[in-house]
Design a protein around this ligand. Structure first.
Ligand code: FAD
Length: 356
């Protein structure tokens, strides 16, 4: 990065989702004084409104990706930063060494089980991170969960209740002396006048302006709508304690007997609300993961948001603005923000601060 960052200017982080939080945390870890950090949410002047893809009822930390459960690159580094971020928030009751902080990946078919087993051999999983369970082992270990073709038991990974996690992160930041602010406009001129601006604004990034001119017209972010829902089980004892990922995912919420079910991947959409199509799709996911459970359909609460990535590689977008000095973008974490953004924030802020 050739852009120099004035050493006494504040850092203005736009966006109170997982990307913005990761930047706040990474700057603090790198030794930046909290007084130099402004964390800006979107909403009315007194209090920002929880909005954006990060405020899902539950999000998974999952080092395996795609249908064959491929291990993500640099998985150890990625997860260690995600866990450090969780530990920083301190007040959160997420024990990532707990046996409930695991992800189960049942194979949906015999063919898929074969592909998953081959993939495990190819990838360099760190010792103790995973175990393949044959169908009978899976049934004994995780009763009630679809197990016909076996499952990959991922012992590093888990689920996080995002609304309370982010709320507590905001409280932690405030109590540490970081200035919280909010805005109702997509014009960022006022922030550029104040300091170095880091846009962690997710799907809204392309609508940011300065003096009515779009700031990032050429980012080419691809938008994918995702719907989720929470639902109660008729028998609360049947609610699993760990997260399960199979053609979607199902994970416990903070309410006993209630699970979160996600998510849809809609590349073309006419609105960004939860709808009947999403409800039906997610009920299908829930029933395939817990085939014997009965669900209380009246209890369904739906949720939808848009995540973004940059095609074709689906990589995040972390860049300096080509003409506006002191302006950066940090977005595009697709469907893996919680797993990828903290490590990306550490690398990005190291380079940013070296340029001071
Ligand atoms: C249904 C669904 C399920 C998902 N499940 C998972 C999962 O299990 N695990 C996982 O890791 N990821 C999951 N994801 C993806 C994850 O949510 C995203 O990767 C992540 O939320 C991206 O975070 P972000 O901070 O970049 O964007 P966002 O969370 O969208 O945050 C951007 C924020 O910027 C704010 N903003 C907009 N304009 C301005 C402005 N002018 N000034 C200040 N702020 C502004 C917005 O209000 C918003 O809060 C899921 C996503 C969806 C939709």
């Amino acid at each position: 990065m050739s852009q120099s960052v004035s050493s006494d200017k504040p850092f203005i982080i736009l966006g109170q989702g997982i990307a913005g939080l990761s930047l706040v945390w990474a700057l603090i870890q790198a030794g930046v004084e909290p007084e130099r950090i402004y964390w800006v949410g979107f909403g009315k002047s007194t209090e920002s409104v929880p909005s954006g893809a990060s405020w899902t009822p539950v999000a998974l930390i999952n080092p395996a990706t795609g249908p064959s459960a491929k291990l993500i690159p640099d998985a150890e580094v990625a997860l260690s930063h995600t866990y450090s971020l969780i530990d920083w928030i301190q007040t959160m009751n997420i024990l990532h060494s707990s046996p409930n902080f695991h992800v189960l990946r049942p194979a949906a078919s015999r063919d898929m089980a074969e592909k998953m087993r081959q993939r495990i051999q190819q990838d360099s999983w760190p010792a103790g991170w995973q175990q393949w369970l044959e169908p009978d082992e899976c049934a004994a270990q995780f009763p009630g969960i679809f197990h016909e073709h076996g499952a990959l038991w991922i012992k590093q990974g888990g689920h996080v209740p995002m609304p309370s996690f982010l709320q507590q992160a905001i409280e932690k930041a405030s109590s540490d002396g970081i200035t919280l602010a909010s805005t109702t406009t997509s014009d960022i001129t006022q922030w550029l006048e104040k300091g170095t601006v880091l846009c962690a604004t997710g799907a809204s990034t392309q609508s940011l302006t300065t003096n009515q001119h779009p700031i990032w017209p050429d980012l080419g972010l691809h938008q994918v709508k995702g719907q989720m829902m929470t639902i109660r089980l008729q028998n609360p004892d049947e609610a699993p304690k760990i997260a399960i990922s199979m053609k979607g995912y199902l994970a416990p919420t903070e309410t006993p007997g209630e699970v979160a079910v996600g998510s849809t991947y809609e590349h073309h959409f006419e609105h960004t609300e939860f709808d009947e199509k999403g409800r039906q799709k997610l009920l299908g996911v829930a029933k395939s993961i817990l085939p014997n459970a009965s669900f209380d359909h009246e209890s369904i609460r739906g949720w939808a948001a848009v995540r973004v990535h940059q095609p074709p590689e689906r990589l995040p977008v972390i860049a300096k603005h080509s003409t506006i000095s002191g302006l950066y973008v940090f977005t595009g974490f697709g469907s893996k923000g919680l797993t990828l953004a903290p490590a990306a924030a550490v690398r990005f802020t190291q380079r940013l601060l070296r340029a001071v």
